[in-house]
Design a protein around this ligand. Structure first.
Ligand code: BDP
Length: 710
């Protein structure tokens, strides 16, 4: 069969059946399934006429499944945007008035190959790239351009990704549950794979490719060894077959002790020849089924997971053993640096640095060490991890959390781009001023070619993918920033709102305002002034009184250190001295409580309750002010949302409006939990102007417990 014949059949099928699963719209109301790929009909007549000028044909001039996906998407997108089925052909000689998808010649093994160019030439719009992936990305950008109702006149766009591996990490378990997932069950239906391949996998791949994501780790970092069994490898291969068509490589998290538990060996020691042979065979087995397999993600010797240290070996020994198994292939090993030992005298803040910095230079070139943005654990605000910049001989990847583990699950609206940006824009000063975390991660500071940004996914099988409709923006923003970390939070928010919620500029302005302030508002009622709140619970409500845990750093009191004198964790030289892990210029910013910016104050200082802060208020009064104004600002968020009402789909409007009501109620509840608890130490009244909580501390504690039991 010739390619043009295949294309013709495919166009007919696609158009004949109207729209694939990908484009299914809900009959009444918008259920959010289509994400930012809605392709709503262009109503403005002159703009539509301008787009139609280039809609006489789609020329798919290159072979390959990924280019095929691009022309399929373009065909579908144009038919919905313009109400016209555009003919797909494989040549355009002498013709104008179409869109041409073209592979540029010249080999280019770098990430630049994934870049695209969109320009006007010979009366056509030409989308070109050195790679199939680039053509697909360019196609999505062109469709985005039209979705944003931008003119074609003078069209000239070009962009290359700044980071090479842009991936989602799913914390999904084989039984369908998702660790820290708040949008339903796992997307991956292991029980029906490999025979039945849910069409939703294709829509997942489309959404990711549309923002430049090119990798997905399907399973939880607290990994089940089952994923290494032949039974599961075949299932994973069926998912990988879908991902491949969208330029997405499939990865797996591995259980380090699998040689023992699955392979029946007596040890999983990384220096044992039999163990090494086991992994080599396992990797070969995977590549037989998945020729473009991406690699492994490993959580080892962390929170009880097995690892090389169980055998007196180092993280580098473990990672390098796996890297050796990948030698014949393209795959990589992503080794996580999320480690902290159960040491009652230690500061968890310092743990990853202490374990990993001495290993700098000892990792195989196929290894990337994946570091969480902050030193502790995805708190609403954290200083950047001191590992960034301090391992110049090891590629360090970024791990952000998109799922809202500490950000109110799928109930609270928190736009995360500002969290990601805050970290990426932080200056490590390792090579002088301007040595930002972003430059460490994109490899430009230390010359790494293998660069990575990962986001812990917030997707589930909820019809709208993310539970909270506004949480879709966090998935979108992660993808956009993994491609280009220089984009601003505001720019990304504008794009997402225009693509997903409304074309109306005024309404969009209100929603973008809401999104941009949402994180600060959340921090104010949740963990103001640099408080943090991890412990071993569900991580929903703050439970600052929590003092029971099997180790000290699995309690809440370990982190905030409230006592009769004051509040906060002293990490200066008089305390844990964690600050010494940063360059002097960074230390200077945070060393003195008088000069430390308020958002970071309690991360580094134990501050007296009556200390006067730069706002003119005492610590206690400032805390109360933040808790109260934060909770009250949710009302402002509700107002912004309501101002956009007339321009929103009613189903989405109502969904968000109702979630904001819950957010308001919970913000007050969390505020009350903190102020009543802290008051037992500060022994001061709630400052004038704020109404004291209507409940007692005991009542708040009980209500949190009830929540936990439920
Ligand atoms: C914490 C989560 C836990 C994860 C762990 C990790 O509470 O569920 O397993 O991080 O990243 O944030 O490994």
């Amino acid at each position: 069969m010739t390619r043009s014949f295949i294309i013709l059949i495919f166009s007919c099928l696609l158009y004949g059946s109207k729209i694939s699963a990908a484009g299914t719209a809900a009959s009444d109301g918008d259920d959010g399934y289509r994400l930012w790929l809605k392709y709503e009909l262009v109503k403005n007549a002159s703009l539509k006429a301008e787009y139609l000028k280039y809609a006489t044909f789609i020329a798919q001039t290159a072979e390959g499944d990924i280019v095929q996906s691009a022309s399929r998407e373009l065909h579908m997108g144009l038919s919905k945007l313009l109400g016209k089925s555009v003919h797909v052909t494989n040549s355009f000689e002498g013709k104008s008035g179409g869109i041409v998808l073209k592979l540029e010649s010249g080999p280019d093994p770098t990430q630049q190959a994934e870049g695209y160019r969109i320009q006007l030439a010979g009366g056509n719009i030409v989308v070109s790239s050195k790679s199939e992936n680039g053509i697909l990305y360019g196609t999505f950008v062109l469709l985005r351009h039209m979705q944003m109702r931008l003119p074609v006149k003078g069209l000239s766009l070009a962009s290359s990704p700044k980071v090479r591996f842009r991936m989602l990490n799913h914390w999904d378990n084989p039984d369908g549950t998702i660790e820290r997932g708040y949008a339903g069950q796992s997307l991956w239906k292991w029980y029906e794979l490999p025979e039945r391949v849910d069409p939703r996998y294709t829509d997942y791949a489309r959404a990711n490719a549309s923002v430049g994501i090119n990798g997905t780790v399907l399973n939880n970092v607290n990994a089940s060894a089952r994923f290494m069994s032949q039974e599961y490898i075949v299932k994973v291969a069926a998912v990988a077959n879908v991902m491949r068509k969208y330029g997405i490589k499939t990865y797996l998290s591995v259980y380090f002790a699998a040689p023992k538990t699955l392979g029946g060996l007596t040890t999983s020691d990384p220096l044992d020849p039999q163990v090494r042979a086991w992994w080599k065979e396992k990797v070969a087995e995977i590549y037989k089924e998945i020729p473009d397999f991406g690699g492994f993600l490993v959580k080892a010797n962390s929170e009880g997971e097995p690892g090389p240290q169980d055998y007196g070996r180092t993280h580098a020994d473990g990672a390098n053993m796996l890297a050796e198994a990948f030698k014949p292939y393209d795959g990589i090993v992503v080794w996580r640096a999320f480690v902290y030992k159960a040491d009652p005298n230690a500061d968890r803040f310092k743990a990853a640095y202490e374990e990993f910095v001495p290993l700098d230079g000892k990792f195989d070139p196929k290894v990337i060490v994946q570091v969480k943005n902050g030193p502790i654990d995805f708190q609403p605000r954290e200083p950047f991890s001191p590992l960034f910049g301090n391992m110049p001989k090891t590629p360090l990847g970024m791990e952000f959390q998109i799922t809202q583990e500490y950000l109110g699950f799928a109930t609270h609206a928190v736009y995360e781009a500002p969290i990601f940006k805050e970290c990426l824009d932080s200056d490590t000063y390792v090579n002088g001023e301007g040595s930002t975390v972003a430059k460490v991660v994109d490899g430009s500071l230390h010359g790494y070619a293998r660069t990575l940004m990962a986001g812990v996914a917030n997707t589930g099988n909820s019809r709208n993918w993310t539970g909270h409709p506004l949480a879709q923006a966090n998935w979108y923003a992660f993808g956009r920033l993994s491609w280009d970390h220089q984009l601003s939070s505001e720019h990304i928010a504008h794009e997402w709102v225009a693509l997903t919620l409304t074309e109306n500029q005024k309404a969009s302005g209100h929603i973008v305002k809401l999104m941009l302030r949402s994180r600060e508002i959340y921090v104010d009622y949740n963990t103001p002034l640099g408080l943090s709140r991890p412990w071993m619970g569900v991580h929903f409500a703050p439970e600052p009184w929590e003092n029971k845990g099997s180790r000290p750093d699995w309690t809440a009191i370990y982190y905030h250190r409230a006592d009769s004198v004051g509040l906060g964790f002293d990490r200066t030289a008089s305390g844990s001295n964690a600050l010494a892990q940063y360059r002097p210029q960074v230390q200077q910013q945070w060393n003195h409580s008088d000069q430390t910016p308020l958002p970071y104050l309690l991360w580094f200082h134990h501050v007296r309750w009556d200390k006067k802060l730069s706002t003119g208020r005492s610590l206690w009064a400032e805390l109360c002010t933040r808790f109260y104004t934060g909770a009250d600002s949710v009302v402002w968020m509700q107002q912004q949302w309501d101002l956009a009402k007339g321009s929103l789909d009613p189903q989405i409007y109502t969904d968000v409006a109702e979630r904001l009501k819950v957010q308001r109620r919970e913000a007050i509840w969390w505020r009350d939990a903190w102020v009543l608890y802290l008051q037992t130490f500060a022994r001061q009244p709630i400052p004038a102007g704020f109404e004291p909580p209507k409940r007692t501390l005991e009542e708040v504690k009980k209500s949190v417990n009830v929540y936990l039991i439920r």
